[in-house]
Design a protein around this ligand. Sequence first.
Ligand SMILES: Nc1ncnc2c1ncn2[C@@H]1O[C@H](COP(=O)(O)OP(=O)(O)O)[C@@H](O)[C@H]1O
Ligand SMILES: [Mg+2]
Length: 194
Amino acid sequence: MTAQIDLTKLGQHSSPSTMSTETARSTQRQAKAIAAHGIQMIFQTGSQAYQALQNINLEVDAGDVHLLMGPSGSGKTTLLSILAGILTPSGGNVHLLNQDITRLSRSQLAQFRLHNIGFIFQGFNLFPALSALENVTLALTMKGAKERPARQRALDLLNQVGLADKASSPPRELSGGAKAASGRSPVPSLATRP
Ligand SMILES: Nc1ncnc2c1ncn2[C@@H]1O[C@H](COP(=O)(O)OP(=O)(O)O)[C@@H](O)[C@H]1O
Ligand SMILES: [Mg+2]
């Protein structure tokens, strides 16, 4: 990611050194939902090392909505993956909900993602052999819910996003064409937060 990316500027702008006193005070009162500092990512492919991210700083308050913009190959997916605990950065740290996720083990990280992070993937990333209902139910049972209440909750959640009639459909029938509106609904993230 290079200097012309908006996010880099945003990160610098909200870094502690440029924060106003008022902002600094409110930061002390309420922890940031996301606080990433000095993020670096170096991909090693064979003998070649490629630096995809260099010193990215970013702070996000709870309830804020951000757009991450930049040309293809500028590191958007890499950064999002790091902020979501899918990739571990080569340097820097990521605090989510006041916890440094770069210090968690792989299994702790998987638990953290399960309970705190909802993903809306472009390509769904659903289990193709399971119905929409079964996909959402599975995420709930993985979080410790019993099968029966999980199924009921999954149905309620699908209903809330207008997908109740697609409950028994496999993921391939949820996307494309005239069904786009319902098909692109955030099924995989439902179990975390609808
Ligand atoms: N696993 C990887 N191994 C090597 N290089 C990678 C890997 N993932 C991404 N890259 C490289 O890092 C850069 C940023 O990629 P990416 O985050 O996918 O960009 P964007 O999402 O902004 O298009 C690109 O040059 C890409 O080729
Ligand atoms: Mg991308």
